[in-house]
Every structure is written in structure tokens, then in C-alpha cells.
Design a protein around this ligand. Structure first.
Ligand SMILES: CCCCCCCC(=O)SCCNC(=O)CCNC(=O)[C@H](O)C(C)(C)COP(=O)(O)OP(=O)(O)OC[C@H]1O[C@@H](n2cnc3c(N)ncnc32)[C@H](O)[C@@H]1OP(=O)(O)O
Length: 156
């Protein structure tokens, strides 16, 4: 089944909360990761620059972790919006911003350089301000890393 892609979650953060190095639209030196809600999951894509090399030909694990971090907080915000019946395509900003309380990363295979990486997120559960999201980071059809984030919705 085809699902429409939402606007990018990070483009809906209010300006004053959009300076994150990993995903802030207002950080011109940052990665500017974009997370989209597609059906009941979230996706993002990223092509690392060669400067993020670990061993020749493979991507530095810290970058992998930071992509999971920002995809995780973006996914958490998206899933809260779904719970609160906020249609991401009908708003200019969202009243939801999440920060990382805990991030677990398992590195399953070397992440190859020169390949667009795909991140996917699935809601595990929401309990009050706590949102748990399961993630994968893949290159072609190989899952290179999995992640689990506990994101906390910041108070108004
Ligand atoms: C403001 C916009 C910033 C944009 C950031 C961009 C995204 C990021 O990369 S964030 C950067 C890395 N993360 C951080 O710097 C966060 C640092 N930590 C904090 O600020 C706080 O600890 C914070 C906001 C996560 C939680 O604090 P606070 O809002 O006071 O809530 P608090 O009551 O302590 O915790 C909420 C719940 O989460 C639980 N919790 C908090 N941390 C953890 C943890 N590490 N593991 C398990 N549970 C946790 C608490 O036990 C509590 O549970 P319950 O409600 O059941 O009692």
C-alpha cells in the first residue's frame, strides 16, 4: 500500500527550537536530517561526506549514532502528533519537541561510505511524556545499525 509522505518533522519545529547540529533547519553547518512520517513508520535518508570516515570505506560510528539520535527525536515528535491528531501536512509548526534521555545503538555491520543511508523508525510505546522508538539504519538492503531511543517531550 502506498502512503503519502508528511512534511519533514524538523521543518515544523518552531524556529527557536531548530538549531540542532544534527537536524535543525536553522543550523546551516549541521546535517539537517529530515524525518518523514510514512504510514505508521518514519523514514530519513542521509549520504555521509567522506570526512565522516572511520576505517577507509566505512562510516564513523559517532555519525551513525547521531543520525539515530535525531531521527529518534523527530520520530518521537511525529508519533506524538499522530496520537494528538495533528495532521503534519496541515500545520506550519508543531507544539511538540522531544529531547533524548537515552539512546542505545547496536552496530551490526560496517556502514559503507558512498551509499545513501536509510533510517526507519517504529513506535514502541508512549507513556505520558516518554516515547520509545525502535530504529534501523540500512545501506542498500543491509541493516548496519539498530537503535532504541527514549525521547522526552519537553514541557510547554
Ligand atoms: C530544547 C530543545 C533542544 C533540542 C535538542 C535536540 C535533540 C537532542 O539531541 S537532545 C541532546 C541530548 N539530550 C539532552 O541533552 C537531554 C538532557 N536531559 C535532560 O534535559 C532531562 O534529563 C530530560 C529533559 C530528558 C528529562 O528531564 P525532565 O523534563 O525534568 O523530566 P524527568 O521528570 O526527569 O523525566 C521524565 C521521565 O523520563 C524518565 N527518564 C528520564 N531520563 C531517563 C533515562 N535516561 N532513562 C530512563 N528513564 C528516564 C524519568 O524517570 C521520568 O519518568 P516518570 O515520568 O515515569 O517519572
Amino acid at each position: 500500500m502506498m502512503h503519502n509522505k508528511s512534511k519533514a518533522i524538523q521543518d515544523l519545529y518552531p524556529d527557536e527550537l531548530a538549531h540542532c547540529y544534527g537536524c535543525g533547519k536553522n543550523n546551516l553547518d549541521g546535517y539537517q536530517l529530515k524525518t518523514y512520517l510514512v504510514g505508521d513508520e518514519t523514514i530519513a535518508h542521509f549520504l555521509p561526506d567522506e570526512k565522516f570516515t572511520a576505517l577507509p570505506g566505512s562510516v564513523y560510528g559517532g555519525l551513525v549514532a547521531s543520525l539515530l539520535d535525531c531521527h529518534g527525536t523527530g520520530s518521537a515528535a511525529a508519533f506524538v502528533c499522530v496520537q494528538e491528531n495533528i495532521n503534519l501536512n496541515e500545520v506550519e509548526t508543531i507544539p511538540v519537541r522531544c529531547v533524548t534521555a537515552s539512546l542505545k545503538v547496536d552496530f551490526k555491520a560496517p556502514t559503507p561510505m558512498g551509499v545513501e543511508l536509510k533510517l526507519r523508525g517504529k513506535l514502541q510505546s508512549i507513556e505520558g511524556r516518554k516515547i520509545w522508538v525502535d530504529m534501523t539504519l540500512s545501506a542498500d538492503d543491509t541493516i548496519c545499525a539498530t537503535g532504541e531511543i527514549l525521547a522526552i517531550k519537553i514541557k510547554d
